[in-house]
Design a protein around this ligand. Structure first.
Ligand code: Q0Z
Length: 287
């Protein structure tokens, strides 16, 4: 636990503590959210799976972009990171048409200013991955914005750099994942700047909480795709007729066990490491 560290921020399922003037501790809990509601039941080891996956991707993409990771702690769920000046932009890359990208497309034929071909179906693969930044809403949902609006927030040159780097990160990770049976439909990055003004990848990277992971063997465009990690939870919640407002339902143990298995399976497929080896030595994913 972060003995003397000062708590600085909470996400739905993660916490940030301050370790010093230029270092932060990110702690991933075992909490799970579905339909935007955090459930009362935890998924054991979920925070460790997400922390290990993020660390793996930071190591895998270190030649594409510098990142904030300094250490993974022995608990496997906390990482020490460089504290950065964060860019006021959610950096989303989409390789497939889902979520708000699909909603925008149905209404307008475009998303974040990208004109898309006619006749695309829900979950279709896009002709090429697109960068669809959004604003960081303090409350409620982020709003997709076009290139001009994003450039107004961070500057034209920085916008072009972030777009190029985000697309390259996605290309590398999506290719790695697809070869292991997982489609990364889309993903969200957060970038910051270090004291030299160098662009640095921060937060989490290519976790199932920051991305849509789909099982490749069940991929069938024209419908919503099952979630690699959360589908048992969603199906169970739907079976209850829950109205999707807080508080969410407790999960029965078979749903917890099945969901934990899917998280561990994603970890092992993507990292090529046994999850037990990660628990014994979390920094094994950095090599
Ligand atoms: C990330 C977030 C979380 C709540 C701030 N390296 C960094 N430097 C400065 N700020 C951040 C980071 Cl990662 C930073 N967030 C998002 C993460 C809980 C909010 F774990 N906020």
């Amino acid at each position: 636990m972060p003995d003397t560290a000062v708590h600085v921020a909470s996400g739905k399922v993660r916490e940030i503590y301050e370790l010093g003037p230029d270092r932060l501790l990110l702690v991933a809990s075992d909490r799970i959210s579905t339909f935007d509601v955090v459930l009362p039941t935890e998924i054991p080891d979920k925070g460790r799976v997400l922390t290990g996956l993020s660390a793996f991707w930071f190591a895998t993409t270190r030649d594409v972009c510098a990142n904030h990771l300094l250490h993974v702690r022995p608990d496997g769920r906390s990482t020490e990171c460089r504290r950065l000046e964060m860019l006021p932009l959610e950096c989303i890359v989409r390789g497939y048409l889902a979520g708000s990208g699909w909603k925008d497309y149905q209404r307008t034929g475009r998303t974040s200013g990208h004109v898309l071909p006619d006749g695309l179906r829900e979950s279709d693969r896009l002709p090429e991955p697109i960068f669809t930044p959004s604003t960081k809403a303090l409350e409620g949902h982020d709003e997709n914005i076009d290139a001009a609006a994003a450039a107004a927030l961070v500057g034209e040159e920085r916008f072009r750099e972030v777009e190029r780097v985000a697309l390259e990160l996605y290309r590398v990770a999506a290719e790695h994942a697809a070869a292991r049976g997982i489609l990364i439909a889309d993903t969200k990055f957060e970038f910051g700047l270090d004291q030299d003004g160098t662009l640095v990848l921060a937060d989490e990277a290519f976790t199932p909480d920051s991305s849509r992971f789909w099982p490749a063997d069940e991929y069938e465009p024209g419908r919503p795709q099952p979630s690699f990690d959360k589908q048992y939870v969603r199906d169970y919640c739907e079976s209850l007729g829950w109205d999707k407002t807080a508080p969410g339902p407790e999960l029965p143990e078979e749903i917890v066990a099945g969901t934990r298995r899917r998280y561990v399976e994603a970890f092992e497929r993507l990292t090529g490491r046994a999850f037990d080896d990660y628990l014994a030595n979390p920094e094994c994913v950095l090599r």
